[in-house]
Design a binder for this molecule. Structure first.
Ligand SMILES: Cc1cc2nc3c(=O)[nH]c(=O)nc-3n(C[C@H](O)[C@H](O)[C@H](O)COP(=O)(O)O)c2cc1C
Length: 206
C-alpha cells in the first residue's frame, strides 16, 4: 500500500510461553511490515514481572502513573508510541489469560494520568485456544471492550471469516498448531488489513 504515513504497530502477547500466541502476534507484525511497511514493536508477557492492579488509587490521586515500577513500564512507553495495537491472548478457562487481563487493568494508571492517552488509537485482537471453540470469541470480546473503555477504535476483519478478530485453534500444539490453522491465519491477516487501513485513515485526519 503506497501511503505517505507510516503506522507504528504494537503487538502484545498475553501468553507466558513462546508458543502459539507469540507466533500469531509476530505473524501479525510480520504481515503488517511486509504489506504496509509498518514500524513494529513487540511485547511478550513471557518471563515478565507484572504485578496485579491493587486498586490503591495512587494513579488517580497522584496522576504520575502506576505505583508499581515493574516490567509494564516498558510496555506503557510502547503503547503511547504506537498508532495501533494488536493484543493476542491464549484462551484460559473460556476467556483471556490472567496476563492479558493484568495488562489491561494496569492501563488504568496511564489513563488516570492522561485521560486522552489512548484516544483514537486503533485496536485489534486475536485469541488462540487448544479447542476449536474453546472461548476465543469471549476472549476477544473482552479485549475489544477494553479498547472501547480506553476510547480507542476497535476493529476486526469483517464478516465471512474474521468476525471479531483473529481466531485460532492450536490443538495444544504450540506455534506449529497455530501455523497449521489456515483459517486462523486468514482471519488474522484480514484483521490486520482493517487495522492498518483504519490507523492510516486516523493518522491522516490527525
Ligand atoms: C490454565 C489454562 C486454561 C486453558 N483453558 C482453555 C479453554 O478454556 N479453552 C481452550 O480452547 N483452550 C484452553 N487452554 C489451552 C490453551 O488455550 C492453548 O494451548 C493455547 O494454544 C496456549 O497458548 P500458548 O501456546 O501461547 O501458550 C488452556 C490452557 C491453560 C494453561
Amino acid at each position: 500500500m503506497s501511503d505517505d504515513v507510516t503506522i507504528r504497530l504494537l503487538g502484545i502477547s498475553g501468553s507466558p510461553r513462546k508458543k502459539s500466541t507469540d507466533y500469531i502476534v509476530n505473524e501479525a507484525l510480520r504481515y503488517a511490515q511486509e504489506k504496509y511497511n509498518a514500524e513494529v514493536e513487540y511485547f511478550s508477557s513471557r518471563g515478565k514481572n507484572m504485578k496485579f492492579c491493587i486498586h490503591c488509587d495512587y494513579c488517580v490521586r497522584k496522576k504520575q502513573g502506576c505505583i508499581h515500577k515493574d516490567d509494564l513500564v516498558e510496555l506503557y512507553d510502547k503503547m503511547l508510541w504506537a498508532d495501533a495495537w494488536i493484543i493476542g491472548t491464549p484462551v484460559y478457562q473460556g476467556t483471556l489469560s490472567g496476563q492479558t487481563k493484568t495488562i489491561m487493568d494496569r492501563c488504568r494508571a496511564v489513563v488516570a494520568r492522561d485521560p486522552k492517552a489512548f484516544m483514537n488509537k486503533v485496536g485489534a485482537a486475536a485469541a488462540v485456544g487448544g479447542d476449536r471453540m474453546g472461548g476465543q470469541e469471549p476472549a476477544i470480546q473482552n479485549i475489544l471492550n477494553f479498547y472501547v473503555i480506553s476510547e480507542m477504535i476497535p476493529v476486526a476483519g469483517g464478516s465471512f471469516g474474521s468476525n471479531l478478530g483473529g481466531t485460532f485453534w492450536s490443538k495444544d500444539k504450540g506455534a506449529e498448531g497455530a501455523a497449521d490453522d489456515s483459517e486462523g491465519i486468514r482471519s488474522l491477516h484480514r484483521t490486520v488489513n482493517k487495522l492498518m487501513k483504519t490507523a492510516t485513515m486516523m493518522k491522516k485526519i490527525k
